[in-house]
Design a protein around this ligand. Sequence first.
Ligand SMILES: [Zn+2]
Length: 257
Amino acid sequence: MPEGDTVYRAARSLSEALAGSVVTRFDIRVPGSATADLRGETVHEVVSRGKHLLHRIGEHTLHSHLKMEGEWHVYGRAEKWRKPAFTARAIVGNDVWDAVGFELASVEVLPTREEDRVVGHLGPDPLAEDWDPAVAARLLAADPRPVHVALLDQRTVAGFGNEYANEVLFVRGILPTRPATEVDTVALIDLGARMLRTNRDRTPRTFTGDARPGRTTWVYGRARRPCRRCGAAIREGSLGARATAERNVFWCPNCQR
Ligand SMILES: [Zn+2]
């Protein structure tokens, strides 16, 4: 699943392919922005904000969100796409490269000065230059909901997805159902931010430090398997802010309190 680290890397490779060049192909295949045409404009940069991507082109921004299935790929002109063309939602090309966004959850072209409308609600982003852990820790500490739910709220801290929430809580020894108000949120945010920053520059994502298949997580995806610390069987349940937003939650009944 795309989390902040994946989106950050996507922005970096899109920027490498597009920044500083003139758009020669611009094709948005979603209702609402399908008529937008930024051909002839210059791409300034592509940046991530939490799990949102912003292509800044001329005076405009192409905003997209990857949600569960979305991906951006960069192709040479003659290169065959690795995903079906009918799943493409946006194409931004220059003389050399085509950046193609597949199965994006939202795509919108808006004036750059109005970016706040789509990302202004986001909390501090651990991968941004202006990252402020104190603000994130304070927002989290004020949330009476289960800490797992609170950590996934992008208004509090932007970039953590379900895998991060599960893993960070295990390493800190905190049950996912504990109210965030009862947790040392400074230490929790500090650890989560360090994990995101470490994983930003490497694949595959790992939380244990071991990148071998099947060894990258402590609890995520390991229901009924033995805890790597104490041997107890890892439990699985679900938690969410709403019934429609439930996520799989994994924990060790022994190591997490
Ligand atoms: Zn354990």
